[in-house]
Design a protein around this ligand. Structure first.
Ligand code: MG
Length: 443
């Protein structure tokens, strides 16, 4: 599967060494310069890692190899080395049979649609290979993770001595992903007592690796057993963070950005940017901080670019992806973890109480077959049905009221339309989905 900022597939099916080599070489030929390479912990990671290094050398690119590392660490290393680009070998939260290449631009952001298209056009014209005397060289960078930790602790929003004095007790689940290379060291620097599970970095995920509440039963048990202040789960490439409260209940990854944003907005004001499908809990956090929410089309790079354009200090996605502009414009679970600890310190209250003091919503998500023909007539009918709502057409169509919204969006990768609604109760959210569905299936 080819997307704007990468390729992904099942190992041994669509994703072979030949395919990975072609795209890595094409990316190197397009970027023309030094490329930073890193990977998550997947079983297929070392194989594709060797393929990527050779492919980049073959087009004359020097490589800085950071080895196994979180995706945000690789993004930061691109910026640190002023590299021409980066390649992260990771399928993020996808199951074990998947792997992928993610292309990183010199800015440290993932490739934009225009950059991705440019690269694929160059690929179609043929990839120029280097002769023996112009092959690239590989050097190792063992300090990328240490630099990343230092950069987080240097953020003006993190009061390291105060967090250390509080000596938080943290339960941690790294799902045998790359998180184990960084999260324990970060939490140690923050003076935390850590009880951890799934810290082997062998990529043999013991459960579905997406850190959604349904997958965090083992971490919930660990929090209860160890009487931790908070449970933290990261996905295999450590750009998403989900929390478990001190009672041992996964609070849902929607809350990660809302809570982390609070720690930033205490110190600096500016809009929070998130995507059109993210929960209203982010709006409530922004309101507490006295700032606006700006919604960008779904896709990390869309949020990152909008943050840059709007001067937004903090943003991200409702899937647990927190972006802190002063660090870098990419989702960063370790930064999210430090901000959540700061927020817990500032609030001086247990996480369950903080959550119970905020408005609650229910989200309902449906995937419907995409009707034949244009969706414009559907959108027109929905505008009539939902007259009076605020309308946003940046990505499909989204209708918003004071306490609820519904987003109808054609998928970029499947012949389906996603319908997502959020409201104070599940029945109200479901009603918004059902009303939208009637126009989609009635066409
Ligand atoms: Mg990820």
């Amino acid at each position: 599967m080819i997307s704007v900022s990468g390729i992904r597939g099942r190992v041994g099916e669509a994703l072979t060494p030949e395919v990975v080599a072609s795209y890595a070489a094409a990316f190197g030929a397009w970027a023309r310069g030094t490329i930073v390479v890193g990977r998550d912990s997947r079983v297929s990671g070392p194989m594709f890692h060797r393929v990527v290094l050779a492919a980049l050398q073959s087009v004359g690119c020097d490589v800085i190899d950071v080895g196994m590392a979180p995706t945000p660490t690789i993004q930061l290393a691109v910026e640190h080395h002023h590299a021409a680009g980066g390649l992260a070998i990771t399928a993020s939260h996808n199951p074990i049979e998947w792997n992928a290449l993610k292309f990183i631009a010199p800015s440290g952001l993932f490739l934009s649609a225009a950059e991705g298209a440019e690269m694929r056009e160059a690929m179609a014209r043929g990839i120029p290979r280097a002769t023996w005397d112009c092959l690239g060289h590989v050097t190792l960078d063992d300090d990328a993770i240490a630099r990343h930790i230092d950069a987080i602790l240097a953020l003006p929003y993190i009061d390291v001595p105060a967090i250390r004095r509080r000596a938080f007790h943290v339960a941690l689940d790294c799902v045998r992903g790359a998180g184990a290379t960084m999260m324990p060291a970060l939490l140690d620097r923050l003076g935390c007592r850590v009880e951890a599970i799934n810290m082997q970095t062998d990529g043999r995920f013991p459960r579905p690796p997406e850190p959604v509440a349904d997958n965090l039963g083992e971490l919930e048990d660990l929090v209860r057993r160890s009487h931790a202040d908070v449970g933290m789960a990261v996905d295999p490439d450590v750009d998403r963070l989900a929390l478990v409260d001190e009672i041992g209940k996964a609070i849902g990854e929607d809350y990660t950005l809302a809570l982390a944003a609070g720690a930033v907005l205490r110190h600096t004001k500016g809009p929070v940017v998130t995507n059109l499908s993210t929960s209203r809990v982010v709006d409530d956090a922004a309101a507490l901080g006295g700032v606006q929410v700006i919604r960008a089309p779904v896709g990390e790079v869309n949020v990152a670019v909008r943050m840059r354009d709007e001067g937004s200090p903090v943003g991200g996605e409702g899937n647990g992806g927190v972006i802190v502009k002063d660090l870098h414009l990419g989702r960063d679970a370790p930064a999210g973890a430090a901000l959540v600890l700061q927020m817990l310190l500032d609030a001086n209250a247990p996480l369950s109480r903080i959550i119970s003091q905020r408005p609650r919503y229910a989200i309902v998500k449906e995937k419907l077959d995409r009707p034949a023909g244009s969706l414009d007539s559907v959108y027109t009918a929905l505008r009539t049905a939902f007259a009076g709502a605020g309308v946003d057409t940046a990505d499909g169509i989204r209708f918003a009221w004071a306490d609820r919204w519904v987003h109808v969006r054609p998928s970029g990768t499947e012949p389906v339309v996603r319908v997502i609604a959020e409201a104070p109760t599940e029945a109200q959210a479901r009603e918004l989905v059902e009303r939208s569905r009637s126009y989609l299936s009635g066409q």
